[in-house]
Design a protein around this ligand. Sequence first.
Ligand SMILES: Cc1cc2nc3c(=O)[nH]c(=O)nc-3n(C[C@H](O)[C@H](O)[C@H](O)COP(=O)(O)OP(=O)(O)OC[C@H]3O[C@@H](n4cnc5c(N)ncnc54)[C@H](O)[C@@H]3O)c2cc1C
Length: 430
Amino acid sequence: MTVSADLADELTALVGRPGVETRPEVLHRLSRDFSWLSPILSRDLRSVPASVAVSPEHTDQVADVLGFAYRRRLAVTPRGAGTSNYGQSVPMAPGIVLDTTRLTGISDIDADSVVVEAGVTFTSLEQALAEHNREVAVMPSTVTSTVAGFLSGGNQGIGSIEFGSIWDGWVRGLTVVGCVENPEPVDITGDSMDRHLHAYGTTGIITRARLCTAPKRERTVLFAAFDTLAAATRAGRELMDLPVPPRAISVDDRAVWETFIAHDGHDGAVLLRAMLDVGTAEAARTITGAAGGRVTAIDDTAVRAMTSSVYNHSTLRAHRSDPRLAAVQIRGEAVVEHEKAVRAAFPDARIHLDGNAPRRYGKGFSGLLLSTWVDDETLTRGIEALRALGVVVVNPHTWLVGSHGGLDGYRAAAATFDPRGLLNPGKLMP
Ligand SMILES: Cc1cc2nc3c(=O)[nH]c(=O)nc-3n(C[C@H](O)[C@H](O)[C@H](O)COP(=O)(O)OP(=O)(O)OC[C@H]3O[C@@H](n4cnc5c(N)ncnc54)[C@H](O)[C@@H]3O)c2cc1C
């Protein structure tokens, strides 16, 4: 009997047969994510295929699996849809992949919030909320990804102009289970949630979350062509102050928007797109024109296509058109103020920006500087050059939790919720 078969029998007793997977090709698939978009992660991330994948059907089975893993000292890598791009859902030690995709309960839809289980996808959540004339406050452009995966591996997305990032209040509560001797669900609210958000599962498994919702709105997309990045971002920044804030705004160099699914509205050296409440479309047209833009289309059928061509979808689309392209994440007014020097920091640079308003920075743009990959040294030099210009840079070529801050909090929570270091081992910064 292989190790996997032994484990499989014991885990089957906990979650039932359909919830246990040992086929090598499936384990291989469940041990990957989108980290191949990074040349460094593709090369350096030490991926170890799972020995077995377990997919609980009920949230209380998560505690059973974690108690089992604790007693047997087995690594547990939690996984939603596996769309993360920093290697977050790639196991670095043999053991269990805890697949949450069968935890799909949606309940308690009240006037301004909803309770969801870990594996609920944004697609199904949007459908359920639409029946109540509501929509989720924020969702990633990867709408087929899971709520707990987004809260554990993501950051911001569609809706972040109005509601900010995952740390900014629209996540009302979490239920977290630790990998301890007798795991019990723990309800967490307020600032204590910070240590469980964007933690890659290293500080406990999220089984449930209460999320804020917003009134469902009818939306359309405004497209406008600009000659310069400065004019397009100026218009975008003004659009963020519309009485109903846009659900999303993006600004793309021609070399980026040319990789999107074609649309008649695509034009200009720089393209601005704004996903608007239909009632604000005419005001948006006026603002855009006054800022020097030429409105090329207003199209309510373009909402879905825009959803899947913002945030890291621009990296994915650019990479598909030219596999040599890699990204660094950028933020701040310095991107536009020092545009020429920013572009000179990397070879063949092209820019994608998303409008958002995380509490830490306020309204503005973050995005991706895409460039032809050369080597690690060129990346380091480029990042240093950007930082010297005042650009906030997040290096996406690392799999370590806490590399962008909050490490002490993550470590403290891990000491309580994962004293044996079994949850997603290798991810918490040593
Ligand atoms: C093309 C593309 C576009 C993207 N767009 C965005 C975007 O707009 N905004 C954004 O923030 N991110 C974005 N991402 C990153 C990623 O898609 C999102 O963060 C996504 O929501 C992750 O969800 P998932 O279900 O795929 O999670 P997974 O990739 O399965 O997991 C993400 C992390 O969470 C952990 N995890 C999963 N479930 C749990 C749980 N129940 N408890 C604890 N830990 C858990 C995993 O171990 C992993 O570390 C994008 C990625 C790609 C490739």
